[in-house]
Design a protein around this ligand. Structure first.
Ligand SMILES: Nc1ncnc2c1ncn2[C@@H]1O[C@H](COP(=O)(O)OP(=O)(O)O)[C@@H](O)[C@H]1O
Ligand SMILES: [Mg+2]
Length: 311
């Protein structure tokens, strides 16, 4: 479904690559956690899948297609088949929950009848059937993320990329979000989730890919947030004395909320610092969608006037 062949991405010549010699494949239907410190290349990996940024060398295949050979006019079609969820939700602030979801359908010219069926269905799936008329600022963080997930999933994409989707949420809210992503995965969508949410990763026991400095250092089919022994699955080599560390699992793994909170706090700051570098692309995308939307204004007005629609 997604394949990286010897992919290196260097944003600024002379600087260290954000992603280096990446060789990895995510199969159809998989649920993959991407873990690793801030700056280890998780978002860069996702942005390459979306063709928001191109590799400096190597190739990325999505659904069997070499992304470097997809002409720019086909990129929107590619992105329509990939749902994306972010840490900061990125809902349109002046549109209701209902409209935010409707949006994703309107831009691909979905017939109004279908929209009227699908949007309430999505609201129900994410547990917000009674909150369709709320604006984002009238919703909690967890509810906003639910709307964002509904919007990302309403087109039934074959891939859902979630970049630290629980990063701004308290632990119990985060749990609900994760369950939702797991449900989407159960329905057949490949889910790749970058996260610092140790509890989530340890609870799910799905594939864990860990990155350090742009390289994959661990790829564990049913992993935990932290490697249970300092052994790289990739190299397969046991470091000296590794045999002595076999029992490390229960000793060294910090599982307290305190440990998780420390790491989360550090990361939120670091993400904020980088945000200006990353946001313009996403804004462009939203602008593009907005332009489409204006053409659909009439349909929107009608849907808004339809009291059935948001109930
Ligand atoms: N648009 C950009 N321009 C220049 N450098 C970038 C850009 N985006 C990310 N980087 C750099 O690439 C590296 C990997 O970043 P990123 O993929 O955002 O990591 P993560 O998502 O794991 O925190 C970092 O050193 C970061 O500073
Ligand atoms: Mg990131």
């Amino acid at each position: 479904m997604i394949r990286f062949d010897d992919v290196t991405k260097t944003y600024i010549r002379g600087q260290n690559p954000a992603v280096e010699n990446l060789d990895i494949e995510f199969a159809r239907g998989e649920f993959v956690f991407l873990v690793g410190a801030s700056g280890s290349g998780k978002s860069t990996l996702m942005r390459m899948v979306l063709k928001e940024t191109a590799p400096t060398s190597g190739t990325v295949h999505v659904a069997g297609k070499d992304l470097s050979r997809i002409p720019s006019w086909r990129v929107p079609a590619l992105r329509r088949d990939i749902g994306m969820v972010f840490q900061d939700f990125r809902l349109l602030p002046s549109k209701t929950a209902y409209q935010n979801i409707e949006f994703a359908l309107a831009v691909i010219g979905t017939p109004r009848k279908v929209v009227r069926r699908l949007v309430p269905e999505m609201l129900e799936m994410v547990g917000l059937e009674d909150k369709g008329r709320r604006l984002p600022h009238e919703l909690s963080g967890g509810e906003q993320q639910r709307v964002a997930i509904a919007r990302a999933y309403v087109n039934r994409p074959s891939i859902l990329l979630a970049d630290e989707p629980t990063g701004n949420l308290d632990p119990s809210t985060a749990e609900g979000i994760l369950d939702l992503l797991a449900e989407i995965n159960d329905r057949g969508t490949t889910v790749v989730m970058a996260t610092h949410d140790r509890t989530a990763v340890d609870r799910m026991r799905r594939r864990v890919v860990e990155m350090v400095g742009g390289r994959v250092v661990r790829d564990d089919p049913e992993g935990t947030y932290e490697s249970v022994a300092p052994v790289s699955v990739i190299s397969g080599n046991l470091p000296d004395g590794a045999e002595d560390l076999e029992d490390r699992e229960d000793q060294d793994r910090p599982t307290t909320d305190e440990a998780a909170t420390d790491e989360d706090t550090t990361d939120v700051g670091a993400t904020d610092e980088r945000r200006p570098l990353i946001e313009p692309d996403a804004d462009d995308l939203l602008d593009e969608r907005d332009a489409h939307l204006r053409e659909e204004d009439e349909a929107f007005a009608e849907a808004l006037d339809d009291p059935e629609a948001t109930r």
